[in-house]
Design a protein around this ligand. Structure first.
Ligand code: AMP
Length: 426
């Protein structure tokens, strides 16, 4: 790097060809998983009005945002996630579409955070939003789509944990906490902090505090819900949420999705209202969460009619990192053929032949006017398995030479057959 001031900004990354191929492969895997369930892709602008992001989360979130004022005096923000933008798109463009509406997206997001491994200031998310069904089967579909997408990536070691913020919120409500206080407690829970001092400060009764802390520590299999019900005796609202969760798990079981329960999942963002889930990948350390989602309510915050919605977002950068750490390498596109003009007289013909070869297989042409020996050494270094040598003598016979770089064998091929070379090499 000649001069530091021309280096990339802090928290951003350059994607080199190999990783870019892996990313495109991952995007393809996600697209086909999402489309397999009938989801259709949408795209929203990279920036939105600041208000869209702070409407639910409050001014507090501003310190994590890339917000700015444009030349027209508008307060804008580089999107920190895509759920709010997609809900805005829904309200602006699609409220009359048939329900349920299944949308998916892939896009970059921006957060002003302290960079570390797996945490960047610009990162990519892929996710879905399912709009219009209030039923457990919609929630389970969203979880099943996330599980199916992950299955397609072939990531060996991960854990999908389901929680229910409705239970936590009911306990807090019973303890007298308003929306704002609930949000503060949920936020602290999400960060893994001790929430008792905060609840004491809010005047939440000791018994409620005990219930909340007890519930938030429950982790395990389905049996955890029965334990939760014991804790919740007397709180009918919370009990009905727990029963709802059991119904949801029944439906998930019938779809063969593997999961665990963690009733302490609170999610950082404040719009979640019911089922929540997170997926953690092995080998990532602190930033191990590769996916988060759940049931939320946002449309009414944006002035629309209350609409049942749920969705999730994968962090693609983290998922790729997890795949690398777990030794799961996506298939890479190998270079296949190099066309080398042997002598300056054959350059035009070599370009013509390259174009013909490209009809059936990717091919590159020698561009550095290297002698044959050096061009072959380059092909060797790059792992290019076949070289087509365009020499004057062979051309006179209407042929070129195909060299197998692995065995060193050479044979002549007729020029008019080169457009089908890909089929021959398989
Ligand atoms: P969230 O919108 O916070 O639920 O994030 C959804 C997913 O995006 C997380 O599970 C992460 O995998 C990913 N993610 C969130 N923040 C970052 C970040 N700063 N850098 C990389 N990935 C992130």
């Amino acid at each position: 790097m000649p001069n530091q001031k021309f280096a990339r900004p802090r928290g951003t990354r350059d994607v080199l060809p190999e990783e870019m191929e892996a990313r495109r492969w991952l995007e393809g895997a996600f697209r086909s998983a999402f489309e397999g369930y009938g989801y259709r892709e949408v795209q929203t602008p990279t920036f939105e009005h600041l208000e869209l992001v702070i409407a639910k989360s409050g001014e507090e979130i501003k310190k994590h945002l890339y917000d700015f004022t444009d030349k027209g005096g508008r307060e804008l923000v580089l999107r920190p996630e895509l759920t709010a933008p997609v809900m805005r798109l829904y309200l602006q463009e699609l409220t009359h579409a048939s329900k349920p509406l299944r949308l998916y997206y892939l896009g970059n997001c921006f957060r002003y955070e302290e960079p570390q491994s797996g945490r960047y200031r610009e990162f990519w998310q892929a996710g879905v939003e399912l709009i219009g069904s209030p039923f457990a089967e919609a929630e389970t579909e969203v979880i099943a789509v996330a599980a199916a997408a992950l299955e397609r990536t072939g990531l060996p070691a991960y854990e999908l944990l389901i929680g229910e913020v409705g239970i936590l919120r009911s306990i807090l409500r019973e303890g007298g906490a308003g929306e704002e206080d609930q949000a503060r407690v949920m936020n602290a829970l999400d960060k893994g902090e001790d929430v008792r001092p905060l609840m004491t400060e809010m005047g939440i009764p000791e018994e409620c505090q005990r219930t909340l802390v007890g519930i938030s520590r429950l982790e395990g299999g389905r049996e955890v819900i029965a334990e939760a019900k014991e804790f919740l005796a007397g709180n009918d609202e919370a009990l009905s949420k727990a029963a709802g969760q059991e119904e949801l798990l029944d439906l998930l079981d019938s779809q063969g999705v593997k999961y665990g329960i963690d009733l302490g999942i609170a999610r950082g963002l404040e719009y979640y209202t019911g089922m929540v889930f997170e997926i953690y990948a092995e080998g990532l350390g602190a930033q191990k969460q590769i996916c988060g989602g759940g049931t939320y309510s946002l449309t009414e915050v944006f002035g629309g009619a209350a609409t049942p919605t749920c969705g999730f977002a994968f962090g693609m950068d983290r998922l790729l990192l997890a795949m690398e750490k777990q030794g799961r390498t996506p298939p890479s596109k190998k270079k296949r053929i190099l066309v080398v003009p042997a002598g300056s007289e054959t350059l035009k013909k070599a370009l013509e032949i390259s174009a013909a070869i490209r009809k059936s297989i990717p091919c590159e042409t020698e561009l550095l006017r290297r002698k044959l020996k050096k061009a072959l050494a380059y092909a060797d270094r790059e792992g290019i398995p076949f070289v087509v040598i365009v020499g004057e003598d062979e051309l006179r016979k209407g042929c070129v030479v195909l060299r197998d770089m692995h065995s060193g064998e050479q044979r002549e091929l007729r020029v008019e057959e080169l457009d089908k070379l890909g089929l021959q090499l398989g």
